[in-house]
Design a protein around this ligand. Structure first.
Ligand SMILES: NC(=O)c1ccc[n+]([C@@H]2O[C@H](COP(=O)([O-])OP(=O)(O)OC[C@H]3O[C@@H](n4cnc5c(N)ncnc54)[C@H](O)[C@@H]3O)[C@@H](O)[C@H]2O)c1
Length: 385
């Protein structure tokens, strides 16, 4: 039987995470990855998920939107995540992947708003219609059974929730070209109208919009989000739960990071970092069940490192007889290498969820996110169970 072909349309397809996911998958398709290294970091490659009829990542066809017109090879040379020898071996395939024009709103980063590789200049309804046409034609041209949309655009300026409490209000806001609607909401709306599952890997307020949850319910579409849990916060969900289980009392957790990729640059601006900081700071208290400890998080943009993030943590807690114990963690790794396998997992899992009739927020995907929607579970082991 012919294998299903599934589209993954990525918002921010030229960004470091999306682009690395694509290049790595092509390397695997071409048999250029040694041994089982393509499985590292992926839950869906674990034996326990074998009984489910998940697609293989080599069945995924990639495309998406960005605010620049670079092909995926040019993007990879700018992102500098994978080394040049690896990239050369998939250059031909990467050259064929070029983004479709983006949409942006006042919440986007200033450089994004300055881009003319966009559908802007038309009404919001036109932009949504154009995104819907992009999805439909991508499916048709590539002979796809279905497509999922993954949101990997930059962190937007902080927005509130609750404005669009139902679909009717949301539709009215579209007609009125309401400036409160974010680009993320427009992508999500178009995806849901086209019956595509939507995953939000960013720290943006998109799937908290009640109107979009209503639409997912009407269209029978699964959703997952938000803000990928890949490094320092992942360690918090593991060690924090260990402290809780062992009845060790946290006194303080000091975290700092340096990173020099484009995401780091965007996050160096306070208005774009606000929700990410909230997500990072918000994980420990609900996990531990108390809040009387110091918790500091810094993200510093440091260009020489590029995608090679370095994180330091100092954890102080009280052991038996209230004697202090300290743990230090120094985490080094390419941000996009941490995230790419999660993106592949999420594509496979939401595609499967839709095939078996699931809809709305998928709370069992909590361990992929810093701020998982639809569940109170914050500890890694609770989320895994
Ligand atoms: N890599 C990780 O470990 C990780 C973890 C958690 C969350 N995230 C989030 O995932 C997202 C992607 O991360 P990244 O490192 O790839 O960032 P990146 O800056 O390399 O990529 C973002 C891409 O989105 C594009 N973009 C911005 N606004 C857009 C719009 N309106 N429409 C279409 N494209 C748009 C940019 O041009 C860029 O190519 C960020 O929001 C980041 O905070 C990443």
């Amino acid at each position: 039987m012919q294998k299903r072909k599934v589209g993954a349309l990525i918002v921010g397809v030229n960004g470091a995470t999306a682009n690395t996911t694509i290049a790595g998958t092509i390397l695997q398709k071409k048999g250029l990855i040694p041994g089982e290294s393509f499985k590292r970091g992926m839950l869906t490659e674990d034996d326990c998920l074998n009984e489910h009829d998940l697609i293989d990542q080599t069945q995924i066809v990639f495309g998406g939107w960005d605010v620049n017109n670079n092909d995926a090879y040019e993007a990879a040379t700018i992102n500098r995540v994978l080394d040049t020898v690896l990239l050369q071996s998939v250059k031909e395939e990467l050259r064929k992947i070029r983004p479709m024009k983006a949409v942006h709103t006042p919440h986007d980063v200033d450089e994004t708003k300055a881009s003319d590789y966009s559908k802007n200049g038309t009404s919001l309804q036109h932009r949504i219609d154009s995104l819907r046409k992009d999805i439909a034609s991508f499916k048709r041209v590539n002979g796809l059974d279905e497509a999922v949309v993954i949101y990997l655009g930059s962190p937007l300026k902080a927005q509130g929730t609750g404005t669009y409490r139902n679909l009717e209000k949301f539709k009215k806001a579209i007609t009125n070209n309401d400036e409160g609607l974010t680009s993320g909401m427009l992508y999500a709306y178009a995806a849901l109208e086209e019956n595509c599952p939507f995953v939000d890997f960013t720290p943006n307020i998109t799937l908290e919009t009640a109107a979009l949850l209503e639409l997912a319910d009407v269209e029978n579409v699964p959703l997952a989000g938000r803000d990928g849990n890949t490094g320092q916060t992942l360690m918090k969900t593991v060690i924090g739960q260990m402290l809780k289980i062992r009845n060790l009392k946290l006194e303080g957790w000091y975290s700092t990071n340096i990173l020099g990729n484009n995401d780091g640059k965007v996050l160096s601006r306070d208005e774009h970092a606000e929700i990410k900081m909230r997500d990072k700071l918000g994980v420990l208290e609900p996990l531990l069940g108390y809040g009387d400890f110091d918790h500091t998080v810094n993200i510093e943009y440091y260009a020489p490192r590029g995608d090679n993030k370095e994180a330091w943590d100092n954890i102080d807690f009280l052991g038996w007889l209230d004697q202090r114990i300290s743990v230090k963690i120094n985490w080094l790794g390419r941000d996009s290498i941490l995230a790419a396998p999660l993106i592949l997992d999420l594509i496979k899992l939401v595609e499967y969820a839709q095939r078996i009739g699931e809809k709305g927020i998928q709370p069992h995907l909590a361990l992929f996110f810093k701020n998982p929607l639809g569940t109170k579970a914050r500890g890694f082991f609770d989320q895994y169970m």
